[in-house]
Ligand binder design. Structure first.
Ligand code: ZN
Ligand code: FE
Length: 260
């Protein structure tokens, strides 16, 4: 027998108007997890189309557009629900309450839990090294990051730094199709970044053909996402913040985007 390694399969499921959920299927154990449940129906359809049984429901944060389908999906599948212990009081009932540094398993796939406060204080991300993927929802997004509803800019900057330190070939599975508007904003921050300019062209043609721009590759985000690039001196200079801490530059970029 040849020594074969079957890598886990990731399926992007479009939900609601502009949300994404993701299925991760471990071929070795047969386990299947869903990351976030904006609504149950499209996820049930994606499972049925592949003949997969849902084993785990994994939640990133408490907003309705990420959890509103959990009760229905759990009732239909009996899957176990995972989410942040810190937010257990405002999440659906959890079978596994998690915190930073926890390592848990979906079938044989190891999942690392990363606290990423900023958008909400209890937001977590999930890194699956074997899938070379991180599920970031409304923390790091394609060419963007989530709005600061609960946390501070400094917290979000720290959260983004943890995600930026993952292997550059990591697939960033984020929660929304906001990329076209993020691209227009990013060009106002770095109009002369050649990697950004060509990415924006790719995004425009993807959206014109109604193709998703999520997931994206971390290396691409590092080269183009203004929220990850607040530590670039050119950006600080352009914003009149020469010599300031990256968290201060990040805060300015975030507030400019809020009113964009
Ligand atoms: Zn949210
Ligand atoms: Fe959201």
């Amino acid at each position: 027998m040849p020594d074969t390694q079957v890598s886990p399969e990731i399926v992007t499921v479009a939900c609601l108007a502009d949300n994404y959920a993701f299925l991760v299927h471990d071929h070795l154990s047969g386990a299947t997890a869903v990351f976030d449940v904006p609504e149950a129906a499209p996820i049930m359809a994606a499972l049925a189309a592949r003949g997969w049984q849902l084993s785990d429901i994994v939640i990133t944060h408490h907003h309705g557009d990420h959890i509103d389908g959990v009760a229905e999906l759990r009732a239909a599948t009996g899957a176990k629900v995972w989410g942040a212990r810190a937010d257990a009081h405002r999440l659906p009932p959890l079978d596994h309450a998690l915190a930073e540094g926890d390592r848990v398993a979906i079938g044989q796939l190891v999942v690392h839990v990363i606290d990423v406060p900023g958008h909400t204080v209890g937001h977590v991300a999930y890194h699956l090294p074997a899938a070379k993927a991180v599920f970031t929802a409304d923390s790091l997004m394609a060419l963007g990051c989530g709005r600061l509803f609960e946390g501070s800019a400094a917290q979000m900057w720290d959260s983004l730094q943890k995600l930026a330190a993952l292997p550059p070939d990591t697939l960033v599975c984020s929660g929304h199709e906001y990329t076209a508007s993020n691209a227009r904003f990013a060009l106002t921050i770095e109009p002369d970044n050649p990697a950004l300019i060509s990415r924006c062209e790719e995004i425009a043609s993807a959206r014109a053909a109604n193709r998703p721009t999520v997931p994206s590759i971390l290396a691409t985000e590092l080269a183009t996402n203004p929220f990850l690039r607040a530590n670039q001196s050119g950006i600080a200079q352009r914003l009149g913040l020469d010599g300031q801490e990256p968290a201060v530059v990040f805060a300015r970029i975030r507030s400019l985007k809020d009113s964009f």
